[in-house]
Write a protein that binds this ligand. Structure first.
Ligand SMILES: Cc1cc2nc3c(=O)[nH]c(=O)nc-3n(C[C@H](O)[C@H](O)[C@H](O)COP(=O)(O)OP(=O)(O)OC[C@H]3O[C@@H](n4cnc5c(N)ncnc54)[C@H](O)[C@@H]3O)c2cc1C
Length: 377
């Protein structure tokens, strides 16, 4: 008998899960891996696209290269999820399985921030990052704000990285002296779980003359007056607004009845939802840890190992620890690293390694090793 699994979403979580199951169970497996897109790209590529370091086409990894025993990829759009019966309906068909893993990530609610669509830009979608890559060369003086609309948002270091990379970009273009940069985030520090990483980022902001406004989110933009309105009604004039939009679960997930307070609650140890045999991993789940690819990946490992254990009637794996290493772009050819462990001890640990050129190579390896593992490229 084969293990039948339907995996919704071929992002960080879905790709890692399918890869492990295929490696371990091969021909004893029947995975249907569904994604509406034809390709995967790392979230951090959006920063590279925005600052003209690369072109969109060179960061796309096509699912047509995904050839794994027991895995069938279907490029289809999911229209309905019935968790009670572990059934999913797409624009092309219906699939039922022994286990269902929801790995559909987070969508954006750009309209939730009044004026953002009309008067600002965002760098969290590929379209937004590409639009900014065309707009940035025209920005030569004034105030640039990197602003977050609401918590939670993917990759909490990304706004800080964007500000530091913007500093480099404007310096290279010879206009930094005519520009101000501010970062507005709804947290007390750039990376609250890691005081050392936060200190390093605050020092980097101070050295570069970047203003840091903590504990605030951007409520609205007034495009006519070119004003960003914060959640305490402070008004900040801007000439360029690089936004992180409000995040939300995809519509189809909300319509499935699986969400509470906007996201899918799961058992933090097993990632199982309240529906037997239905798991949720990555950005779409709420476990109280940040939304980032590395945590989607480590959650995928736990779910894969528990499906394998159930299939082989062996011992279940250790509980999900919420571990992962995040790389932080400091600009100037320097990358730092935070290794976080959210759940295995009573309190969070987050060891920080200072930014260096050596970590640039390690971050590149992080991407290339996954590309090789998931796509054989
Ligand atoms: C600017 C930026 C920088 C980042 N940097 C980092 C970083 O350095 N390190 C890090 O770990 N993380 C980083 N992230 C975050 C990371 O990209 C996400 O947290 C990660 O991709 C989440 O993985 P996931 O599997 O939950 O969802 P995703 O990878 O988003 O995958 C979800 C998939 O579901 C598909 N999907 C959605 N709806 C449907 C539907 N209805 N039908 C079919 N398919 C659907 C989507 O096409 C997508 O492929 C960054 C993000 C951004 C925006």
């Amino acid at each position: 008998m084969k293990l039948r699994v339907v995996v919704l979403g071929a992002g960080f979580g879905g790709l890692e899960l399918s890869t492990i199951l295929s490696e371990e169970l091969g021909e004893n497996l029947e995975i249907t891996l569904i994604d509406k897109s034809d390709s995967f790209a790392f979230g951090f590529s959006k920063l590279d696209i925005m600052f003209g370091r690369t072109k969109p086409e060179s960061v796309r990894h096509y699912y047509s290269n995904l050839v794994k025993p027991g895995v069938t990829f279907r490029q289809e759009t999911i229209r309905g999820i019935e968790p009670e019966s572990r059934q999913v309906t797409t624009d092309r068909g219906t699939y039922v399985a022994d286990a269902m893993v929801v790995a559909l990530g987070a969508d954006y609610d750009i309209g939730a921030t009044a004026g953002l669509a009309e008067g600002g830009d965002e760098f969290y979608t590929f379209a937004g990052a590409e639009a900014l890559s065309r707009k940035l060369p025209l920005f030569s003086k004034g105030h640039a704000i990197v602003g977050v609309a609401a918590w939670p948002y993917k990759c909490p270091p990304a706004p800080s990285e964007a500000a530091l990379m913007l500093h480099d970009y404007l310096t290279t273009h010879g206009v930094r002296g005519d520009c101000e940069i501010s970062v507005v985030i709804p947290m007390s520090a750039p990376i609250p779980p890691s005081p050392d990483a936060s200190r390093a980022l605050l020092a980097a902001f101070a050295e570069r003359g970047i203003a840091f406004i903590p504990n605030r989110s951007v409520r609205a933009l007034d495009p006519e007056r070119r004003i960003a309105v914060l959640d305490d009604n402070t008004e900040m004039p801007y000439d360029l607004f690089l936004g992180v939009p409000k995040h939300r679960a995809p519509d189809v997930v909300e319509a499935s009845g699986m969400t509470e307070n906007g996201w899918i609650p799961v058992n933090p140890a097993t990632l199982e939802t309240r529906f037997p045999g239905v798991f949720a991993i990555g950005d779409v789940a709420s476990i109280g840890i940040p939304k980032a690819g590395v945590f989607a990946e480590s959650a995928a490992r736990v779910v894969a190992q528990s499906l394998i254990a159930a299939f082989r009637r062996s011992d279940p794996p250790s509980p999900f620890a919420g571990t992962g290493a995040c790389y932080i772009e400091f600009g100037g050819g320097q990358v730092g690293r935070v290794e976080v462990d959210f759940l295995s001890a009573d309190s969070v640990t987050a060891a920080y390694t200072d930014a260096s050129a050596a970590l640039v190579a390690e971050k590149q390896h992080f991407g290339s090793s996954r590309r090789a593992r998931w796509f054989g490229l």
